[in-house]
Design a protein around this ligand. Structure first.
Ligand SMILES: NC(=O)c1ccc[n+]([C@@H]2O[C@H](COP(=O)([O-])OP(=O)(O)OC[C@H]3O[C@@H](n4cnc5c(N)ncnc54)[C@H](OP(=O)(O)O)[C@@H]3O)[C@@H](O)[C@H]2O)c1
Length: 250
């Protein structure tokens, strides 16, 4: 059996309207998976769908800050074709630099609900046998900011560090069903996320103006897909640094 084979497997990919999530969806489709993609921007989800191979894929417009909405949407995705999920790649995320003096409960809640509570809601679904098959896997994209810290990014870092901590206990709880749960903690990736932060300083095509040392989203996607695959059978409960051993330079 090909341990990288996703034929006949159903996968949910969040954040698939751009960046890493889009590349994960495209790669999984090329590997035979039936992929359901999720984000808020419908036109960008449709663009991702147009770039995917094979058939049977679909999209859902969903604001991942809605915890109950996530659970209801997953139930609905299963009800549509009667097939449970086998894998989830949680690639959605929000990074807004907030200096300590500017923190408010509102901006903390926005970042935690986008990054962390959404991950918790997805794992609540995974824990329900009628929604998620035994033997599958979940990968969440965390960040090296959660591991090493970054000035003016404490809230984002805390939201990602909380993802990592949550993942470790979830992996233990789901182990009896042979469901693996991991996170990856990358540093800078050349996507809209960094371009949006740099946009005020750059005229024109912000992504292409980003520096070349940043990692590329399709390379990060292949790490996510490898971690989902059966080739990583005993790897669970781990937050993996993805930074080419640069160990996070400020
Ligand atoms: N880029 C980096 O340097 C970097 C470094 C370390 C970790 N990461 C993490 O990598 C992941 C992927 O980010 P990226 O770099 O690919 O950035 P990106 O291109 O900005 O993608 C972020 C994705 O998250 C979705 N999203 C954000 N808030 C959402 C919400 N409330 N509901 C639904 N979807 C939402 C966005 O879709 P819509 O706007 O269409 O909803 C988009 O598809 C994120 O978790 C990020 O924190 C990025």
């Amino acid at each position: 059996m090909d341990k990288f084979d996703f034929n006949g497997k159903k996968v949910l990919v969040t954040g698939a309207s751009s960046g890493v999530g889009r590349e994960v969806a495209i790669l999984l489709s090329a590997m035979g998976a039936k992929v359901v993609i999720v984000a808020r921007r419908e036109s960008e989800l449709q663009k991702t769908l147009s770039l995917m191979e094979g058939s049977g894929h679909s999209y859902r417009v969903l604001d991942l800050t809605d915890f109950d909405g996530i659970v209801e949407t997953v139930k609905d995705i299963i009800a549509k074709d009667g097939e449970k999920l086998d894998y989830i790649a949680h690639c959605a995320g929000l990074a807004v630099p907030i200096p300590l003096r500017s923190m408010s409960l509102a901006n903390i809640s926005q970042i935690f609900s986008s990054n962390t509570y959404s991950f918790m809601a997805l794992l609540k679904c995974v824990a329900q046998k009628r929604l998620f098959n035994d033997g599958g896997a979940v990968v969440g994209i965390s960040s090296c900011v959660g591991v090493y810290g970054q000035a003016a990014n404490a809230v984002y870092g805390a939201s990602k560090g909380a993802m990592d901590a949550f993942m470790k206990s979830a992996a233990k709880e789901l182990r009896p069903r042979k469901i693996r749960v991991n996170t990856i903690c990358p540093c800078g990736i050349k996507t809209e996320m960094l371009a949006n932060q740099a946009i005020k300083a750059i005229e024109g095509d912000a992504i292409n103006e980003l520096p070349d040392y940043l990692m590329l989203p399709d390379k990060i996607a292949s790490i996510v897909v490898a971690l989902l695959s059966d080739s990583m059978q005993y790897i669970s409960g781990v937050a993996i640094d993805v930074d080419e051993a640069k160990t996070w330079e400020d």
